[in-house]
Ligand binder design. Structure first.
Ligand code: PLP
Length: 381
């Protein structure tokens, strides 16, 4: 067979051809009216996707840079915070906090397990001195989505701010920042925003801006006040990743012409089709509250999980993602976010079937596509 590569990972994700083509255009200078226009249109587009009236800052960094920006601009050394750690990315909030001397009380969940707003309310009652709650919209390591709307309602009634990692979830699943009372929202370019890695996005609500005024943690590159002053002049403090911003503008045009509701529906259909396909193979999902961004599937008994991922990636070139440490081999992750369509789900399921057959798993060949196809066909939009 010709070796054709299928990127089915939850980040980086495939980039539309029309977006990639803009990367071949000559570089324009960033301190020009021509670039400012593109920059401001891009900023407006991200604001729309974030569901906020607040400023959105475009940072030249990967998503983790926006997470660090959230922390260094709102907190001071010794501040007490709560972080909901349901996997690799929830864990990152705690790691960044500790690097800056923040007293982080981590709620460590078994991967895939939910954490309800009532549980958060009880935590906040027991810890009234908490300054911030860190949560994740879509925990990319487990496929779980969390009740950000519920958390927003709980945190709103306290003195604390709610900081949400929407790096894989934003632009794939609803999370309107202002309506759901999210105080700080962060996202990144290489997941549902459909462009290559290298940009991160952050917005602060009114309650969070008060924290910014009092924050004593050190910051320089990621200083939100500098970013705000520069945004007022339609520019950035530092040289931005010019060509990525141009690509983001192009992909936001695609999102805008589709509309957010259709975009979320599209992801919901892909999620449902994937789950139906996986269940038809008698495989189990990891997440208690599975999202429509990616599907984490438990490795069936008797099958070597590492070998499954290696076969899918190496032999069939269907680049799904394995499980990260400390759960390597226990499950695998099929992504369906960003520039992925119904047939990408079928590709992933077919490659999974071929792999399972190679590894000696007993199932009826073709059953996963047979379960997924009607869902894709009946909901085609
Ligand atoms: C990808 C991802 C990150 C990390 O982003 P980088 O761009 O690798 O820095 C953080 N959180 C979530 C939920 C992610 O999916």
């Amino acid at each position: 067979m010709i070796k054709k590569y299928y990127l089915l990972s939850p980040g980086p994700t495939p980039v539309p051809e029309s977006v990639l083509a803009t990367a071949a255009e000559p570089i324009i200078h960033h301190r020009t009216p021509e670039f400012s226009k593109i920059f401001m249109e891009t900023t407006e587009g991200i604001k729309h996707v974030f569901g906020t009236k607040e400023d959105v800052f475009i940072l030249t960094s990967s998503g983790t840079g926006a997470m660090e920006t959230a922390i260094v601009n709102t907190l001071s050394p010794g501040d007490k915070v709560i972080s909901i750690n349901g996997g690799k990315f929830g864990e990152r909030w705690g790691n960044i906090c500790r690097a800056y001397g923040i007293n982080c009380k981590e709620i460590v969940l078994e991967w895939g397990k939910d954490f309800t707003k009532e549980q958060l309310e009880a935590e906040l009652k027991a810890n009234p001195d908490v300054k911030a709650v860190f949560a994740t919209l879509s925990e990319t390591s487990s496929g779980a989505v969390y009740d950000i709307q519920g958390y927003g309602g709980v945190v709103e009634k306290t003195e604390a701010i709610l900081v949400v990692d929407g790096i894989s979830g934003i632009a794939a699943t609803p999370c309107p920042m202002d309506e759901w009372k999210v105080d700080v929202m962060v996202s990144g370019s290489q997941k549902s925003f459909m462009i290559p890695p290298g940009l991160a996005y952050i917005a602060f609500g009114q309650k969070a801006w008060k924290f910014v005024g009092n924050s004593k943690l050190p910051k320089f590159y990621f200083d939100a006040v500098k970013a705000k002053k520069n945004l007022e002049k339609q520019t950035t403090p530092w040289t931005p990743a010019i060509s990525l911003i141009i690509q983001q503008k192009k992909s936001l045009d695609i999102i805008k012409s589709m509309g957010l509701e259709r975009l979320y529906n599209h992801h919901r259909i892909l999620g449902e089709a994937t789950r139906a396909g996986v269940k038809a193979l008698n495989l189990e999902l990891l997440a208690q509250r599975p999202g429509n961004i990616l599907t984490a599937v438990k490795t069936p008994p008797g099958i070597d999980g590492a070998k499954l991922v290696k076969t899918m990636q190496g032999k069939y070139m269907a680049y799904i993602a394995g499980a990260q440490d400390p759960n390597k081999g226990k499950f695998f992750r099929i992504a369906h976010l960003g520039y992925m369509g119904g047939f990408d789900v079928i590709t992933a399921l077919s490659a999974l079937e071929l792999t399972l057959a190679d590894l000696g798993y007993k199932f009826e060949m073709g059953s996963s596509a047979r379960a997924a196809e009607p869902i894709i066909r009946e909901n085609w939009i």
